[in-house]
Design a binder for this molecule. Sequence first.
Ligand SMILES: Cc1cc2nc3c(=O)[nH]c(=O)nc-3n(C[C@H](O)[C@H](O)[C@H](O)COP(=O)(O)OP(=O)(O)OC[C@H]3O[C@@H](n4cnc5c(N)ncnc54)[C@H](O)[C@@H]3O)c2cc1C
Length: 402
Amino acid sequence: MNDEAEVIIVGGGMVGATLACLLGHEGLEVALVEETPPATASNDPDDAPPDLRVSSVNLASAELFQRAGAWEGMTRRRVCPFRGVLARDMSGAETRFDARETGHDWFGWFIENQVILAGLHEAVAELQSVRWVTPARPDAIATDSGGATLTLNDGSRLRGRLIIGADGAGSTVRQLAGIDTTGTDYGLRALVTNVVTELPQQDVTWQRFTPTGPQAFLPLPGHRASLVWYNDPDTVALLESLDDETLAGEIVDAFPEDLGGITAILGRASFPIRRQHAASYTASRLALVGDAAHAIHPLVGQGLNLGLQGVETLAGALLDARARGRDPGTAAVLAEYEHRHRPRALAMMVATDSFHRLFTREPGPLTRLASGVLRLADKVPVGRRQVMRHAMGLPLWNDGRG
Ligand SMILES: Cc1cc2nc3c(=O)[nH]c(=O)nc-3n(C[C@H](O)[C@H](O)[C@H](O)COP(=O)(O)OP(=O)(O)OC[C@H]3O[C@@H](n4cnc5c(N)ncnc54)[C@H](O)[C@@H]3O)c2cc1C
């Protein structure tokens, strides 16, 4: 027997859950299929251990979380607003960005992924039109002119107008739909450590480019920070195997002096760094969002923000179709999403790729060019403001909305 919903979203991560909330608020019946039961993060920051996965959330994403009804659930837990961004290379060339140059107090917020998920899942629980189907995974997809049927791993079936794959970079929905990907493995891993620092420096994030990859400081509430150290996989494996005291020493020796001392290491993990792009974001009665559609190098901290831009575009197209009394799962509605979002994702991929190739290399003519770019950007306020507005998710020119 088929169970009915208007829209079936596979993946209740940060992207899928945001989309479910936006659609659910407008009364669309949503089934949210997720293999891992919904997240919980304590209301009391002192209770929950810090999550190693941390995301920078820009102004546009924060606004979307507000519309999803999830922002209060995040800020009530723990978020770290920041107003400054500093990019530097080994020659000492640097560019400083300050959100106040754009008329805003904050550039964005660093938030643990578990806190983002807790806020979103709390918001989902308040919506009668969204229901969890968990733990569950898709086994097969069949579409016809009237809708789509998703067969789950327990043999049960869900029927809807549209299936949306928000199930991350390894998307099963994408595979079941036969959509290919192109991509690059950068041959790097990111070692992520949660640390307690001696110095308070909670309103700025900085990044230094080295020949083996960037080193980044992401502030968290209190004296805590998330440090990201990109390196070749063998070096990362070696660093990851060190005891806390030795690892802290290695970090302090390798990172810029701005870091100061480390009094504790609270956790560590490492992640492969890849770029991946789906050949199409849509198929018959099917759409892909977030990392299922596009995964980018995290060096500019924009992967989630880009995924949420796609969510806003897709939700807009679906809700607009519904308001006009049209079927939201038709090819014309889905084409509008792909047409608007794909060029943005492509531009972000080219930008992060160029950044990586320009800065992650041994000293030579290109690194001198990169140093020149950093110095120049620091001296040209108009260009710097445009870069900032883009990273903050704002229109490039102030259109009166901020
Ligand atoms: C080291 C690192 C640092 C990053 N830092 C930043 C940053 O600072 N800022 C930023 O914007 N982005 C950052 N990113 C990118 C960001 O984490 C991703 O873009 C984001 O997590 C994508 O969200 P998503 O919901 O699309 O996918 P995911 O987070 O992968 O979520 C997918 C969801 O689908 C579920 N799922 C998967 N398969 C199935 C299945 N078969 N059936 C049912 N459910 C399934 C999973 O359980 C999960 O809940 C970073 C990435 C890395 C690797």
